[in-house]
Design a binder for this molecule. Structure first.
Ligand code: NAD
Length: 495
């Protein structure tokens, strides 16, 4: 049994240059690699295998072979095996958390450890659902028995982003595997090692070929995976732009696709809200600890004018109290931005906001002073006031530690502002007025709506967006049934 490896540098070195295909670590067919940086220092932590169409072909063939046998395993037994995977991952939370902190820059204490724990929890949750792969009986005719059977779709292609790689992989693979499918995952360029280690750990439990992981870039590895004729279902989390490309490929192949895309999520604070709770909720909701790199980040805060100034003051104080630093240091609250491209993108948005007439950008917290971190992708969180909802900062997903606080006077205005967006992933409302809360829940155009709290995605809570935020759901029983099975209608007449 593989023992936990708590030195993330050693783990990255061990995994470097490999995919995980047919139950084992294996080099890229071309032997090509690409460098992976520690975003806190810009030091190279390892070179990941650069996957291409040949690697995709090997992985899909292995998955197809394995899936035929896996589909014949009793569903509850498949669930039992996935639950066992959850127990194994629980024993490796610390090493996975440290590796994630190293490759993504997400602080160990406030982000990476929690993500590694939820990873194990998602396996445990789906592991209990094997017996729930139920169809329906259909009251068709007295002489005919009519019902539906839930059958696996086959080989699933799963394409991941970098911002929560362990969690987002788990949401895809657990549902797919319990439902009797095999999976080929394409990891994000920036975060290939954590998910690869998960596959290596589970290689001692899952049959070979059921879970395969490829690293590589989008055009070189993601595109051939999406297009491969042996891939019968695509599930993608990432940007709207890439989601559209993947959806086009799925349309050409006529295969189902799940898309979890971006967001510009509103957080409404009504005049009767509990202000200290709302401020704490804003800190959590904006995911400042993750440098705002969250699809559900509360990046548009709509606050009743009577509370606006006190809210902004409280939010600035709360973020000022957070410590930026080395992601692996237990004292650190806020780590880094993931990559140079993302770093520059966030800076461009901040400059754009500062240039807007009447706007103020309040930079919070303090950049780390440790000289070892001088080159890291650290950005001070910025809270903007004075921007209108039609400004680009209020309309486009920044995916960084930048939020806009907008005042409103009337409840109807708040609802209209909240819904005036191309996205529809999440929304929250803070109020002590139950009637208003219920009304808002019905009217907010978002897939994940919360009142007086701002939790992240959890197993059992179906999660997915409206509008440009995507198609389909994850994290629930319904997500497994709807997105990873076919429903076969069966009619049995008398002999
Ligand atoms: P991205 O779209 O740039 O990349 C996502 C993945 O797609 C990567 O693995 C990439 O290599 C791959 N890819 C790129 N081009 C491809 C192609 N032509 N064919 C197939 N695959 C291709 O997104 P990102 O920058 O990694 O992640 C950030 C985005 O993810 C944000 O927009 C964020 O909102 C979104 N996101 C959404 C959710 C959600 O659940 N809704 C969760 C997390 C992140």
């Amino acid at each position: 049994m593989l023992a936990p490896v708590l030195d993330p540098h050693a783990l990255a070195g061990h995994l470097a240059g490999h995919h995980f295909i047919d139950g084992r670590l294996t080099p890229a067919a071309s032997t090509a690699t690409f460098p992976v940086e520690n975003p806190a220092t810009r030091a190279i932590i390892g070179h990941a295998a650069a996957g291409d169409a040949a690697d995709v072909a090997r992985a899909v063939e292995a998955a197809a072979r394995a899936q035929r046998l896996w589909a014949a395993v009793a569903p509850r037994e498949r669930g039992r095996i996935v639950a066992e995977c959850g127990r194994r991952l629980l024993a490796h939370v610390e090493e996975l958390a440290r590796l994630t902190a190293l490759e993504t820059g997400k602080a160990l204490r406030t982000e990476s450890r929690g993500e590694a724990s939820v990873l194990a929890d998602v396996f445990t949750y789906y592991g209990g659902l094997g017996g729930e792969l139920k169809g329906e009986t259909i009251p068709f005719r007295p002489d005919v028995l009519a019902f539906t059977l839930r059958e696996p779709v086959g080989v699933v292609g799963a394409i991941l982003p970098w911002n929560a790689p362990l969690l987002l992989m788990a949401l895809k693979i657990c549902a797919a595997i319990v439902a009797g499918n095999a999976v080929v995952v394409k990891s994000a360029e920036e975060a290939p090692f954590g998910v690869l280690r998960v596959a290596e750990l589970l290689g001692e439990i899952l049959p070979p070929g059921i879970l395969n992981i490829l690293s590589g870039d989008g055009p070189g590895c993601g595109a051939p995976l999406a297009a491969h004729p042996g891939v019968a279902k695509l599930t993608f989390t990432g940007s709207v732009e890439t989601g559209r490309i993947v959806a086009h490929v799925a349309a050409e192949k006529l295969v189902p696709v799940t898309l979890e895309l971006g967001g510009k999520s509103p957080m409404i604070v009504l005049d009767d809200a509990d202000l200290p709770r709302a401020i704490a909720g804003a800190v959590a909701g904006m995911r400042f600890t993750r440098q705002g790199q969250s699809c559900t980040a509360a990046s548009r805060m709509l606050v009743h004018r009577s509370l606006h100034d006190a809210f902004v003051e409280g939010l600035i104080a709360a973020v000022n109290a957070m410590k930026m630093g080395d992601p692996l240091d237990e004292a650190t609250d806020i780590g880094t931005i993931i990559s140079p491209a993302q770093f520059e993108r966030v800076q461009r948005y901040i400059a754009l906001g500062r240039a807007a007439a009447g706007a103020t950008g309040h930079a919070c917290s303090a950049l780390p002073t440790d000289p070892r971190l001088a080159n890291g992708y650290y950005v001070q969180p910025v809270i903007f006031t004075g921007l209108a909802n039609d400004h680009r900062l209020c309309r486009e997903e920044i995916f960084g530690p930048v939020t806009c606080v907008l005042p409103f006077d009337e409840y109807e205005e708040a609802i209209a502002l909240a819904n005036d967006t191309d996205f529809g992933l999440a929304a929250t409302i803070w109020t002590q007025n139950l009637q208003r809360a219920i009304d808002a829940v019905h009217r907010l155009q978002a897939g994940f709506v919360q009142v007086n709290q701002n939790l992240v995605v959890q197993p059992t809570l179906a999660y997915g967006g409206y509008k440009q935020s995507g198609i389909g759901k994850e994290a629930s029983l319904g997500a497994m049934l709807d997105h990873f099975t076919h429903a076969k209608t069966v009619l049995i007449n008398r002999a």
